[in-house]
Design a protein around this ligand. Structure first.
Ligand code: SAH
Length: 211
């Protein structure tokens, strides 16, 4: 279903500057309409964020594409995602061959997405907890992606990243953020690149925004 719409979306993303073939291929293969509530399904392939309940959203496809491209996925990387939400981003990473670990703080959203992953056989480990503390048990990670906006970069995430690994996180105030793309050069040193002008729902937790 929706193959034509999905192909159109991929073309639109290509025109907007997404060049990573693996990212575009995954967007062609993952059925975004299965990750959004039925009431907004007809808009699943519009390049917009959509509500998923509990005041949260599935990110705009362009935003997902920019972040995934910034991760520079090559092969079977171990990836930690903070903010599972609909599960779409996690499903894309799994489709690209990554070993995916994803944390969601909202119990209802977590339950719904876990059920969806069981039904669709998406291979990703999900957990319900505060992602600002990371997931130490499976650290270090090759890549970490945070899909909610944070006032700062949580220390645990920097620590749980492998040397040579990349961390993508929106940082700013509650209404607008820029994407920080960090490369871990050594235990203490990071190179930082900035991609401006994004807007995410807030990252709420011990090392993020207060409730
Ligand atoms: N990646 C998601 C985007 C979801 S929106 C997708 O593909 O649909 C961001 C999500 O982050 C929300 O579901 C919100 O509940 C969750 N979130 C916010 N703060 C969090 C935290 N500290 N730990 C884990 N999840 C968090």
């Amino acid at each position: 279903m929706y193959e034509v719409e999905r192909r159109d979306l991929v073309e639109k993303l290509r025109k907007k500057g997404i060049t990573d073939g693996k990212v575009l291929e995954a967007i062609m293969n993952v059925e975004r309409h299965l990750f959004v509530p039925e009431g907004v399904r007809q808009h699943a392939y519009d390049d917009v964020a959509l509500p998923i309940g509990w005041g949260q959203t599935i990110s705009q496809p362009y935003t997902v594409a920019v972040m995934t491209q910034a991760l520079e996925i090559e092969d079977e990387e171990k990836v930690l995602e903070i903010g599972t939400g609909s599960g779409y981003q996690a499903a894309l990473l799994a489709e690209m061959g990554c070993r995916v670990f994803s944390i969601e703080r909202n119990r209802e959203i977590y339950d719904r997405t876990q059920k969806l992953f069981d039904e669709l056989h998406v291979r990703a480990a999900l957990r319900c907890s505060d992602g600002t503390l990371g997931w130490a048990e499976f650290a270090p990670y090759d890549r970490i992606i945070v899909t909610a906006g944070s006032p700062k970069i949580p220390a645990a995430l920097k620590k749980q990243l492998k040397v040579g690994g990349k961390l993508v996180i929106p940082v700013g105030d509650k209404y607008s953020q820029s994407l920080k793309v960090l490369t871990k050069l050594s235990e203490e040193e990071f190179a930082v690149k900035d991609i401006p002008h994004f807007a995410f729902v807030p990252l709420i937790g011990k090392d993020g925004w207060k409730e």
